[in-house]
Ligand binder design. Structure first.
Ligand code: FE
Length: 133
């Protein structure tokens, strides 16, 4: 089996939906307030839609009002990669899945100040959800 990191774009295209492919592989952004999880409040774990890595927990999800699911922390920082992104005339920090290289979203420093102060602003299309028992 090919490891997630070595998959070809053709393989990804076959496996993912059009929206998942556009976001995870082409780094597009879903329109705010349209995704599956921006207003999702169940308890559980959010996984990478590309490879299944466990990335975010409902425990750190908060209402940011931005229209994308927002978390103040990742489950395990070693499972994500943060990269400077200079596209669209801004300097932002892109967040990627370390295991498969999929684009997740961006991290900003306007998160809850009583927690980490960070806001991981993540595309719903990059995530799947597994409900806690
Ligand atoms: Fe992944």
């Amino acid at each position: 089996m090919t490891s997630a990191k070595d998959k070809t774009e053709e393989e990804w295209k076959k496996e993912l939906s059009k929206l998942e492919y556009d976001v995870l592989r082409l780094k597009e952004t879903e329109r705010p307030f349209t995704g599956e999880f921006w207003d999702h409040k169940e308890k559980g774990i959010y996984k990478c839609a590309g490879c299944g890595a466990e990335l975010f927990s409902s425990e750190t999800k908060f209402v940011s009002g931005c229209g994308w699911p927002s978390y103040y922390d990742a489950i395990d920082k070693s499972k994500i990669e943060e990269k400077k992104d200079r596209t669209h005339g801004m300097i932002r920090i892109e967040v990627l899945c370390k295991n498969c290289g999929g684009h997740l979203g961006h991290v900003f420093n306007d998160g809850p100040s009583d927690k980490t102060g960070l806001r991981y602003c993540i595309n719903s299309a990059s995530l799947t959800f597994e409900k806690a028992d």
